[in-house]
Design a protein around this ligand. Structure first.
Ligand SMILES: [Zn+2]
Length: 109
C-alpha cells in the first residue's frame, strides 16, 4: 500500500528514476521503502485497487469535494462582490465628499 507523503529529501523515483525534489507530493511504500513520484504512485495505486485505503465512502468523499468546490467558487464570487462594493463605496465617497483640488492646480492658475 502506497502512502502519500511530502518529500523532505531529494530521492529518485523507484519506477521512472525521475528526481523527486523536496516538498513534492510523492508516494512511499513502507513495505519496500521505495519512493515513487506522483504520476508513478497514482499508476501503481490504480493497478492495485485492493491496496488503496479509500475503498469505502467514496460517494461521501466526492460529495465533500463537490461541497468544497462550491464553497471555493462562492467565496471567489464573494471576494469579487466585495471588491465591487469597495469600488462603489469609493465612487459614492467621491460624489459625497469631492476631493479638494490638488495644490499643483492652484499654482498653475
Ligand atoms: Zn516516477
Amino acid at each position: 500500500m502506497l502512502k502519500e507523503v511530502k518529500t523532505r529529501y531529494i530521492k529518485n523515483c523507484a519506477k521512472c528514476g525521475r528526481e523527486i525534489k523536496v516538498g513534492w507530493t510523492a508516494y512511499f511504500n513502507p513495505d519496500t521503502k521505495e519512493l515513487f513520484c506522483k504520476p508513478c504512485g497514482q499508476i501503481i495505486n490504480k493497478e492495485n485497487p485492493e491496496s488503496v485505503t479509500k475503498s469505502e465512502g467514496t460517494a461521501s468523499d466526492s460529495q465533500f469535494d463537490m461541497l468544497l468546490d462550491m464553497l471555493s467558487k462562492q467565496s471567489e464570487q464573494l471576494s469579487i462582490a466585495s471588491i465591487a462594493l469597495c469600488l462603489l463605496r469609493e465612487q459614492i465617497d467621491g460624489i459625497l465628499n469631492p476631493i479638494p483640488e490638488p495644490k499643483k492646480s492652484t499654482k498653475s492658475k
